[in-house]
Design a protein around this ligand. Structure first.
Ligand code: ARG
Length: 569
């Protein structure tokens, strides 16, 4: 059991008016280990207890002295300057080690048992290239989904494709005028983007093109088979290309219902909004006013009667509630869309759906490459495909230098190269803007994905050479002799807590950064303590167990954030 909870349990006996949760929340992990492995800053209690912190710390300390159980877990409990410091005993660390190394699912929990989340992520737009900006939604969303799954939730990942709207009218007109079946079949999304860009350039001088595009989309909405067939073809081409990227980063979806899926489900929304008197007319368009909530109105129907992004999002939310009965519905998009989400969540609340409180927008910052902002209009679009290709190529060059005889070199290079890009994206708080600098991403000695993957492979290498396979190696009676061993166990022990916190905060970076701490603790241990060459059998067995436990944490952690875990690099 987590020490915070244990300590809270003990202290509860001495602080009967407080809950264990409140006590646990006050406990801290001191940065300086001289102050213990866990500390209670007693000033946090002085208001409630009306006593000086020093006094509280002393009283709690002597209270705990009489508790046999606490003495088994902690080798020392002291009161220093109003802090109550706890030092975990070696005996207890050994027990932790025994538990971790036997549990391949270590870190998981069942907080979400019986609960369902829907998570809407990635959601690229059809016929537009998948660029590095889309990577963020995909990797953050996939990781948030993995974290929920690891915590026992039923998860429905939805790829809410941008596959409906006036832009398809433009694409159809452009295709009929300048496209050819062959060009599109060979060129895929690139060829589609090319005619789309041409449309925009031409329409500047010839505004009639815009009318034609609107008419083409209206025809689609009215069931025009020819246009719909073209549209379906564009969608298929795009999805096929997206799937290649998803395979590289291990993204998978339970549903591919994009915006078009809600085309026949928006009438009901409009009717309902009208019946509930929420719609007002504004310049021919129909809107829901949100002045009361200090927000601009939410546009529902354009003056030409067509629905928009928000209308379809409201229909989608209702559909998801009715079909999946979610406990939470999460949307992962750039912070640029925050207002859109705040608006339509509010509209759903105004419609009387109490579950609007269960809708969560998870925003993230923008991406620049080598300091330059990405923008489709200025042509500074860097394709994910190119980035992954370059990362893989550079990784392969490094492998060829360092480990030329490695088996499956290409496969490993892809796992590590792609992993480097993904890890870099996830290693800072998601709301921060990401600046993608090649040197940083691929620095295999820095705080990068390759460094974590390499540390994992190093663990696997030791375990493979271990003279006794785990099945026959006795997994008890361990002895800890070096500080670096204890420090490593203390780091590994934090994993379940990090997983839980990352899920609650919807913040995969907590796991990514924690894995760097694990690597640092492991590499210090590996440097200070010979493993296979250690003479003393009990100490050797303990160290092998430490390597095994580390490998479990690294494997589970890397998998949670979507990185592959090659055993050999
Ligand atoms: N397709 C949108 C875009 O690329 C993101 C969709 C997010 N999901 C949603 N339900 N609105 O900007």
């Amino acid at each position: 059991m987590n020490e915070k909870l244990l300590v809270a349990q003990y202290l509860k006996n001495l602080l009967p008016d407080m809950t264990e949760e409140d006590i646990a929340a006050m406990l801290e992990y001191p940065a300086d280990k001289k102050m213990g492995d866990l500390a209670l800053p007693c000033f946090k209690l002085s208001k409630v207890l009306r006593k000086a912190p020093v006094m509280i710390a002393q009283e709690l300390c002597s209270g705990l002295e009489n508790m046999e159980e606490a003495k088994n877990v902690f080798e020392k409990i002291e009161s220093v300057n109003g802090y109550l410091n706890f030092f975990i005993s070696k005996g207890n660390l050994v027990k932790d080690l025994e538990n971790i190394e036997k549990d391949e699912n270590y870190g998981s929990n069942d907080d979400g048992k019986g609960k369902t989340i829907v998570i809407d992520y990635s959601s690229p737009n059809i016929a537009k290239p998948f660029h590095i900006g889309h990577l963020r939604s995909t990797v953050i969303g996939q990781s948030i989904k993995n974290l929920h799954r690891f915590s026992g939730y039923e998860c429905v990942g939805v790829n809410h494709l941008g596959d409906w709207g006036t832009q398809f009218g433009k694409l159809i007109v452009a295709y009929k005028k300048w496209g050819s079946k062959e060009r599109i079949e060979n060129g895929g999304i690139d060829a589609l983007t090319e005619i789309y860009v041409k449309f925009h350039n031409e329409a500047e001088n010839d505004p009639v093109l815009n009318d034609e595009a609107r008419a083409a989309f209206t025809a689609m909405e009215n069931g025009d088979e020819e246009n719909l067939a073209l549209w379906r073809w564009f969608v298929d081409i795009s999805i096929n290309e997206f799937k290649k990227t998803y395979a590289l980063i291990g993204a998978d979806f339970e549903s591919w219902n994009g915006e078009s899926f809600y085309f026949d489900k928006t009438d009901r929304v409009i009717k309902e909004l009208r019946e509930k008197n929420l719609l007002s007319v504004d310049d021919g368009a129909e809107i829901v006013r949100l002045d009361e909530y200090d927000m601009p109105p939410c546009l529902i129907l354009k003056s030409d009667g067509s629905t928009i992004y928000a209308t379809r999002d409201i229909a989608a939310a209702i559909y998801r509630k009715e079909n999946y009965n979610f406990d939470k519905c999460i949307y992962v998009t750039s912070a640029g869309q925050s207002l859109h989400f705040a608006q339509f969540f509010k509209v759903i609340g105004m419609m009387g759906y109490e579950w609007s409180k269960d809708m969560v927008h998870v925003p993230f910052g923008t991406v620049s490459i080598e300091g330059a902002k990405l923008a489709t209009r200025t042509g500074n679009v860097v394709l994910l495909e190119d980035i992954f290709r370059i990362a893989t190529q550079k990784t392969l060059e490094i492998i060829n230098q360092k480990n030329p005889d490695l088996e499956n070199k290409e496969e490993v290079a892809s796992a590590v190269g792609v992993g480097a890009v993904v890890f870099h994206d996830l290693s800072n708080n998601r709301i921060k803007d990401v600046n993608f600098m090649w040197d940083e991403v691929l620095n295999f000695d820095g705080n990068t994905g390759p460094y974590v993957q390499y540390t994992y492979a190093r663990c696997c290498g030791v375990l493979e050479k271990s003279p006794m396979t785990l099945e026959i190696r006795p997994t008890s009676g361990y002895v800890l002799t070096e500080e670096a061993e204890s420090a490593l166990i203390k780091t590994l022990k934090l994993f379940p807590e990090k997983v839980r916190q990352a899920r609650i905060d919807l913040e995969p970076s907590l796991v990514a950064r924690y894995l760097l701490d694990v690597c640092a603790a492991f590499n210090r241990f590996y440097h200070d303590c010979p493993v296979l060459k250690c003479e003393d059998e009990n100490v050797r067995r303990t160290r092998i167990a430490l390597v095994k436990a580390t490998s479990i944490v690294l494997k589970n952690g890397l998998t949670l954030i979507g990185l592959k875990t090659p055993k050999n690099i």
